[in-house]
Design a protein around this ligand. Structure first.
Ligand SMILES: [Cu+2]
Length: 125
């Protein structure tokens, strides 16, 4: 087989163009959806209410990138302290809040350092 080199060049350039088009068609919506999902996940905020010496919800599952906000509705101070020390709030007075953004997946058990029987869990996935 011995094609003129110009003939081979046309075939190759058509093939490359076709591949590029297919890649654009296939990845366009995928990239758009990924960016949109990332933006939504980054903006999402979940709240944990502290009331009557209880974290509610006691267990919360969120996507990576989520900011969780704790709000103290009790009339005595509470804290929010990760068992593995990745976050620790100052004592929260009534209606004070504490926020933490979970950048990595994992299980985060936390408690109130003033009342260690108060416990909660955030699962990040
Ligand atoms: Cu407490």
């Amino acid at each position: 087989m011995n094609f003129p080199s110009s003939y081979v060049r046309v075939i190759v350039s058509r093939f490359v163009a076709h591949r590029a088009l297919m890649a654009a068609v296939l990845s366009g919506p995928l990239i758009g959806a990924t960016l949109a999902f990332g933006a939504i996940a980054a903006q999402e905020t979940n709240s944990v209410i502290i009331d009557n010496f209880t974290f509610t919800p006691k267990e919360l599952t969120v996507p990576v990138g989520t900011t969780v906000k704790w709000v103290n509705h009790d009339d005595i101070p509470h804290t929010v302290v990760d068992t593995n020390k990745s976050f620790r709030s100052k004592p929260l007075d009534t209606n004070d809040t504490f926020s933490f953004t979970f950048a990595t997946a994992g299980t985060f058990n936390y408690f109130c350092s003033l009342h260690p029987q108060m416990v909660g869990k955030i699962t990040v996935q």
